[in-house]
Design a protein around this ligand. Sequence first.
Ligand SMILES: Cc1ncc(COP(=O)(O)O)c(C=O)c1O
Length: 377
Amino acid sequence: MTIPFNKPYLTGKEAHYLYQAVSSGKISGNGMFTKKCHDFFEEKYGFKRVLLTTSCTDALEMAAILLDIKEGDEVIMPSYTFVSTANAFVLRGATIIFADSGSENPNLDATKIEALITPKTKAIVPVHYAGIACDMDAIMDIAHRHNLLVVEDAAQAIDSFYKGRPLGSIGHMAAFSFHETKNIISGEGGMLVINDERFIRRAEIIWEKGTNRAEFFRGEVNKYGWVDIGSSFLPAETTAAFLFAQLESIEDIQQKRKKSWNLYYEQLSPLVAQGHIELPHIPTYATNNAHMFYLLCKTPLDREKLIAMLKSNGILAVFHYLSLHKSQYYTPKYKGSELQMSDYYSDCLVRLPMYYELEEEHISHICKLITSFYQTK
Ligand SMILES: Cc1ncc(COP(=O)(O)O)c(C=O)c1O
């Protein structure tokens, strides 16, 4: 049996909507399907304003422009994250201040943030790792007291909640990903959510290459031109059409993934009781959107052997981020302290296959292999 790490799922409606988009005669951005997706997100999750982007990376870059990040500004974020979380702000000249992850899960440890704030700090970027919420009340409280802006990196966090509030609706802005590895996909794709009304008008302008074209198409101005900096952040209608097909099946997709996640959790729990591994901890304030199933090995060597054993059985399990403060690019610039928890997740976390079409028998097979790996050690 060969089991890939990820397999993009097609709901069956994608080709139909793509055909509709193409035959409508308008396949560049900001058309009918883009609007359908925007309406879906604004209605379902109460986001104030949504703009589809070509990736989450682009949504983060838009956020950095909107925050007016300048040379020397400091931005606090976890080191255990994807490179785009940091790059978006580095591109505007920011210095990244990496905070450690918590002991319960790889999310930013909110208790470590305040000590990192200086007069140069401009923003905090919490990353909801594996779609599990960061402690947003604590983070928003720190931000309000220090007059900082918060951008949620919600790349993995679609349809997940913090104390009943959708992730992406709490910070001043949020960025989501629809890359083919996510729960809801469009190949490449993303979205910027703007919850603070002060930023909405400028966001539309940055989105449309620094022009007020969106206002022109709404009939609010009689010509459009260059009014600010910006870039081509909007996706083609073909991407939006694909995405809309996925959104119509979001309940089904989420239900299936959660079922798989729970099966993994049940079948691997005995190994936790036996002291071999750790499983994800979901705080009481958070929901689980089943974006990812990970386990934590006791040592890097243990992880290497486990991944190799699975690979020799045709199963692709993978580790995840390498701490950014230890990356080739950032190490020479890094002036902070050791980030023990971040390094622990870099060294010991393994992600198991997780995708819509993963069957119960696949999960049982993987869990049996992992169980016998530890029991014959
Ligand atoms: C936390 C995080 N932020 C940002 C991104 C970038 O997303 P995209 O590939 O849509 O640009 C990723 C990618 O997986 C991610 O995991």
